[in-house]
Design a protein around this ligand. Sequence first.
Ligand code: SF4
Ligand code: SF4
Length: 148
Amino acid sequence: MSSEPFWQRKSLDELSDAEWESLCDGCGRCCMQKLQDADEGDVYFTDVACRLLDTDSCQCTDYSNRLKHVEDCVSLRPLDEQKISWLPPSCAYRRLALGEGLASWHPLISGDPLTVVTAGISMSGRCKPENEVPVHELPAHIIEWHDL
Ligand code: SF4
Ligand code: SF4
């Protein structure tokens, strides 16, 4: 039997639900509000969190029912090129889909969920709740991942 970890042995399509979920590092980046350029289609992330996100833990507060509450919450599975194109560069699903492997700070590599925070990847404590930012102010909250 191969000693390679499952994310190296299997394609994303072959993963069990539990394996798929364990790849999420809990950074919360994909749960930030996004703006899309109507002409070019480019997606811009903001530091304003979806209303279901706990901005301290960066966990969805009702993950199993999330699609009932937030109709534009995107289920990443199955992953396709369009979803890969807007996911943050640090996202494990995007990285694996692009053949980049998991980063050293990923909990499955480091063995410590806090390395997502210490590496500066998590949005924990540095995003704003949706109810504190009016929609017209969203453009002022656009962020670039490399600036965080
Ligand atoms: S960006 Fe990727 S790794 Fe981070 S919370 Fe979203 S799905 Fe999980
Ligand atoms: S509903 Fe939950 S998983 Fe979906 S964007 Fe909001 S916080 Fe994230």
